[in-house]
Design a protein around this ligand. Structure first.
Ligand SMILES: Cc1cc2nc3c(=O)[nH]c(=O)nc-3n(C[C@H](O)[C@H](O)[C@H](O)COP(=O)(O)OP(=O)(O)OC[C@H]3O[C@@H](n4cnc5c(N)ncnc54)[C@H](O)[C@@H]3O)c2cc1C
Length: 453
């Protein structure tokens, strides 16, 4: 943005907290996508809905690009200011505004850290199930914008299933409320679900009311080890057909196992499933885990290790949450995808992805939410010169995913990272409908430009 235009725009925002310091701009130029850094020209820290509305109203008048930013834990480059302009941080708007135990709703600002929000609900015996593995640092606004999921999505669904209503600031700076505060509500088009997952391209979420559910009283976590990936996936398939409904079925392949410090892993193990059951009736939860044990043993698992305390459960999850970072101890760089494959074709998909990696001389680690088919395929490499080959392999993996009836992203969003791959999955007509919707909401294209399409 030309300096005089930017300065004139900023002149209208007196009183708002902002920074143009090098160190701050540098911090806001990166997220967890491993994409090239993209620097904003100014970072504005909104403290209220009015701050957001003022910023957008003047940005729209002066045609300044604005990118909403949560905690920058995103993996598709959604918060990167690829067109420069403003990084609009929502992190100062971090309050839980209301918790109504009778209505089972919680209203919060977008900058609240997800774990803090979940803890607040749990104080009154209620639960907000969405549990991305980044919950200790990602924000509610970021998870709404990405429609984030996590291990528990298998049984409890993703963020969008829990958003009842939202306060939303349009790219013109108008403040609107969509949805209803009640658990049901079908008046008009479902704008809540249009905004959920819109990756900060249609407006800025400044408040959300969420549905809560009773916190399950009993949880059991077990580790199943297998001598082959095929055995592990046979257990996943049989769990689906035999009536089990665990809340999580997380997979680690042999490469992920090499870096994950899980307890008591046999040297012969080539795949592990972390399986978790929950419910209000302890006997029913035990009986479900017993069924899963039988299915596991029938598929060739070793006797499962069952966590005996909350501390042991947490230790397992700590390792699982750390896999993404731990893989970097094998190779300096990794590009991570989050494809989703129909469960019935998961075994075929993983075998083909590994073979594609070998054919291009690259190591691929696969782990993730196997219970809903959402795999994190991580291409590992040491030398930046390998990047073009890595990109080719990623395109091969995306094509395979679509051919198998899957989707290119289950939770990280398209952002900047997967723009080129979207057309492998969606027809020109479908992309055209969506770009027209973007133009309707944001005719000047100021909000998070060059994302998704
Ligand atoms: C170790 C690790 C584990 C992860 N595990 C998971 C997982 O299990 N499941 C999962 O789904 N994701 C996971 N993620 C990805 C990431 O944490 C999620 O995408 C999360 O939703 C991003 O939240 P954030 O606050 O960091 O948003 P950011 O990264 O800052 O932004 C993400 C997008 O949201 C937009 N945005 C942010 N705030 C707003 C707002 N208030 N209004 C409108 N748009 C907004 C941004 O413009 C951007 O497009 C993981 C990431 C890491 C690093």
């Amino acid at each position: 943005v030309e300096t005089p235009r930017l300065n004139e725009f900023l002149g209208h925002l007196e009183g708002l907290e902002m920074s143009r310091q090098e160190a701050v701009l540098e911090t806001f130029s990166r997220d967890e996508s491993q994409l090239e850094a993209a620097r904003p020209e100014v970072v504005i820290f909104a403290k209220s809905t009015q701050d957001v509305a003022r910023c957008l109203m003047w940005a729209n008048k002066f045609q300044i690009p604005v990118t909403p930013v949560g905690a920058r834990s995103g993996k598709s480059g959604g918060s990167l200011c690829v067109a420069g302009g403003v990084a609009l941080s929502l992190s100062r708007m971090d309050q839980v505004l209301n918790l109504n135990a009778i209505d089972r709703t919680l209203t919060a600002q977008p900058g609240v850290i997800l774990d803090a929000l979940k803890a607040r609900a749990e104080q009154v015996g209620l639960w907000y199930p969405p549990d991305p593995n980044s919950a200790a640092w990602c924000t509610l606004g970021g998870t709404i914008a990405e429609n984030a999921g996590g291990p528990c999505a298998l049984k409890y669904g993703v963020t969008g299933h829990y958003v009842l209503s939202m306060e939303w600031v349009t790219p013109q700076g108008d403040i609107v409320r969509v949805g209803a505060q009640t658990h049901k509500g079908v008046a008009g088009y479902n704008l809540v679900q249009l905004f959920v997952g819109s990756e900060g391209t249609l407006g800025v979420c400044t408040e959300a009311t969420l549905k809560l559910i009773p916190k399950p009283a009993h949880v059991i976590t077990a580790l199943f080890q297998f001598r082959s990936m095929a055995q592990a996936l046979a257990m996943v398939s049989s769990a689906m057909t035999q009536g089990a409904w665990p809340r999580c079925v997380e997979l680690l392949d042999e490469t992920a196992l090499r870096v994950a410090a899980l307890p008591e892993i046999a040297s012969t193990s080539q795949a592990v499933l972390i399986v978790e059951c929950d419910g209000s009736d302890e006997a029913a939860v035990l009986s479900e885990m017993d069924l899963l044990r039988t299915l596991g043993l029938n598929s060739g698992a070793l006797e499962p290790t069952v966590a005996q305390s909350a501390a042991q459960r947490e230790a397992i999850w700590q390792v699982r949450r750390n896999v993404s970072l731990a893989l970097k101890t094998l190779k300096r760089f990794k590009l991570s995808e989050d494809i989703v494959i129909p469960i019935s074709r998961l075994a075929e998909a993983i075998e083909s992805i590994k073979a594609l990696g070998r054919s291009r001389g690259l190591l691929v680690a696969t782990y993730g939410h196997a219970g809903d088919g959402n795999l994190h395929t991580n291409v590992l490499f040491d030398d930046p010169s390998e990047r073009p080959t890595v990109e080719k392999l990623l395109t091969d993996i995306m094509k395979l995913t679509v051919d198998l009836g899957g989707t290119i992203t289950g939770e990280h969003g398209v952002g900047s990272a997967k723009r080129a791959h979207l057309r492998l999955e969606q027809s020109p007509q479908v992309i055209d409908i969506q770009t027209k919707m973007k133009q309707l909401f944001d005719p000047k294209g100021i909000l998070n430009p060059h994302k998704i399409f």
